[in-house]
Design a protein around this ligand. Structure first.
Ligand code: F2R
Ligand code: MG
Ligand code: MG
Length: 307
């Protein structure tokens, strides 16, 4: 693919991730809402502020750019530094405990092992994984390796790391194949990529949800909770139900309730990569907090990935 054609996809992915996060944030932990409520909540805000999802994805991008690839210690220290600057972003319960251990000298790849039994399978590794997909879009096996390793910093459970790999690979496929690729091929590639049965089974269900008008069925059949194996398939499903419209995909994701900021953020990253920055409503992008810096990171990732 022409490298120049990839640049708007990288920008769309990161702006889409942050916008999805900001649009879904008012509905995190809530019940399902109507589409109109998501639009109205966006309308009421002068600045569309993001949460921990984007804050951590920024850390991933910063570290990949600075190191020209993955360096576990550098990425872990970047997470800690960013968290200490802005601890109020709404982080999950586990990561701040991991960050304290890292500060006390525990190695980056050991600090998260026993935060929960077997490590965390929360979606915190997946929600920040799209920059890994951008950086390694040409090499799915390296992408998987780095998604697992970068996930391991806070989410040691195999299902937490697999969620990160699946979200990163979805962003990579969207970057390479959108917007002219086929949804069926996209889903088939994801199914062939996953190694954990729970994800394969959820992706089978995604296929059955593509023809239905009923958004409530997405949460009912896939789950909309904080666990990676619920929220990552839900995000992929919202994207695939509306591949031609960033607005429809992200608003549906935010309207599901549950972990709405995270599902909408992961949907926005995939949809933004598929459609490119031109597919994202400028009226929303213009009000995104730190939009200039987020776009700078997208360009930095693009340059580093193609170097
Ligand atoms: N933290 C939130 N939302 C809370 C409200 C924020 C509020 N609006 C505010 O401003 O303060 N959202 C963010 O957290 C989620 C990502 O969480 P992460 O990083 O995965 O956290 P953690 O603690 O690792 O896991 C989350 C929960 O999953 C369950 N869990 C994980 N592993 C488990 C295991 N092995 N066994 C049992 N349960 C496990 C636990 O309940 C964890 O608390 C995103 O939604 C982000 O937006
Ligand atoms: Mg959040
Ligand atoms: Mg969330």
């Amino acid at each position: 693919m022409d490298p120049g054609a990839l640049q708007p996809k990288f920008r769309g992915c990161l702006v889409g991730l942050a916008l999805g996060d900001a649009l879904g944030a008012p509905f995190e932990g809530a019940r399902a809402v109507a589409r109109a409520e998501v639009f109205a909540a966006a309308e009421r805000r002068e600045v569309l502020r993001y949460t921990d999802d984007t804050h951590m994805a920024i850390g991933v991008a910063e570290s990949l750019i600075a190191c020209r690839g993955f360096n576990g210690r550098h990425m872990a220290e970047t997470f800690v530094r960013n968290f200490e600057r802005e601890p109020w972003r709404g982080y999950g319960p586990g990561p701040p405990r991991v960050f304290r251990r890292i500060k006390c000298g525990t190695p980056w790849d050991k600090a998260a092992q026993d935060v929960y039994p077997g490590g965390s399978f929360g979606n915190g590794a997946a929600m920040r994984a799209a920059p890994v997909g951008l950086f390694y879009h040409r090499d799915p096996e390296k992408l998987r390796e780095v998604a697992y390793l970068s996930g391991q910093i806070t989410h040691a459970h195999p299902l937490g790391k697999e969620g990160a790999a699946l979200e990163a690979y979805a962003a990579a496929l969207a970057t390479v194949f959108g917007p002219s690729g086929s949804s069926e091929d996209f889903l088939a590639r994801l199914k062939a990529f996953v190694t954990e049965e729970v994800y394969r089974e959820k992706l089978d269900r995604v296929g059955h949800l593509l023809g239905t008008a009923d958004a409530a069925a997405v949460a009912a059949r896939l789950g909309n909770g904080i666990e990676a194996f619920n929220s990552v398939p839900a995000a992929i499903c919202c994207f695939l139900r509306h591949p031609g419209s960033f607005e429809d995909a992200v608003v549906e994701a935010a309207s599901l309730g549950g972990d709405a900021d995270t599902i909408a953020s992961m949907t926005g990253a995939i949809s933004g990569a598929w459609l490119g920055i031109g597919g994202i409503p400028e009226e929303w992008a213009a009000r995104l907090e730190n939009r200039v810096y987020i776009e700078e990171l997208a360009l930095g990732l693009w340059e580093a990935a193609l170097a």
